[in-house]
Design a protein around this ligand. Structure first.
Ligand SMILES: Nc1ncnc2c1ncn2[C@@H]1O[C@H](COP(=O)(O)OP(=O)(O)O)[C@@H](O)[C@H]1O
Ligand SMILES: Nc1ccn([C@@H]2O[C@H](COP(=O)(O)O)[C@@H](O)[C@H]2O)c(=O)n1
Length: 201
């Protein structure tokens, strides 16, 4: 099994890069785990209280469960990956059965921040896009796909997202084996990653 970690700031294009990588592999050879699925369950909080959570701080993530699940996949076990709702800001009651595959990809903003998780990756990739580009993408995506309005996105950006990115995400670029510049769609970099995967398998 080859485990890839793909990190990068919000809107850098992690999900897009993952989708470009996996479309060239048969579906029974690759699986994806998203850090977003592992936001902590907060059933004890009201919706109003959940909107105030700092979702860009490492403590918002259930790294214990994420590490446990990745270890179980490595042991050949099937896991129940949680399903998270960006609309309710909470885990849903659903899970996705995720099977161990030859290639396992873990993607998320903070995955290189946790040492135990970081040490489970065979290849570490950081997707980079400029700050203004990421903010533009985030505004578009969160309004069309995540049920937000412009004030929500900009307030969150100023209050937590930008400072947390500088403190917890950008420094982890130093852990990367490969940095993908993704201000424009970068098919060359994706081809290189696919070649590296094929060579290692
Ligand atoms: N290279 C790119 N050029 C233009 N838009 C992009 C690029 N990569 C991703 N996007 C768009 O930006 C938004 C955020 O991308 P996404 O892959 O979801 O980022 P992330 O997973 O890092 O938050 C999506 O709407 C996606 O289509
Ligand atoms: N309820 C939530 C939970 C997280 N976020 C934001 O998601 C970003 C990480 O996801 P990406 O797909 O963009 O990597 C992160 O920056 C959180 O602020 C949210 O808005 N609401």
């Amino acid at each position: 099994m080859l485990v890839l970690g793909i990190a990068g700031g919000t809107g850098s294009g992690k999900t897009t890069v993952v989708n470009q990588i996996i479309k060239h592999f048969p579906s029974d050879e690759v699986c994806v785990i998203s850090q977003d699925s592992y936001y902590r369950a907060t059933d004890n909080l009201s919706y109003e209280e959940r909107t105030k959570i700092n979702f860009d701080h490492p403590r918002a993530i259930d790294f214990e469960l994420l590490v446990q699940h990745l270890k179980e996949l490595k042991q050949g076990k099937i896991i129940e990956q949680p399903v998270y709702s960006f609309v309710t800001h909470n885990r849903t009651i659903d899970t996705i059965q995720t099977h161990p595959r030859k290639v396992v990809i873990v993607e998320g903003i903070l995955i290189f921040n946790n040492e135990e998780l970081r040490n489970l990756f065979d290849i570490k990739i950081f997707v980079h896009a400029d700050t203004d580009e990421r903010l533009i993408r985030r505004i578009r995506r969160d309004i069309t796909e995540r049920g937000r309005d412009i004030d929500e996105v900009l307030n969150r950006y100023q209050d937590t997202l930008k400072p947390m990115h500088q403190q917890f995400i950008e420094p982890t670029k130093n852990f990367a084996d490969i940095i993908i510049p993704n201000d424009k769609f970068n098919t060359v970099a994706v081809d290189i990653v696919r070649t590296v995967i094929n060579e290692r398998l």
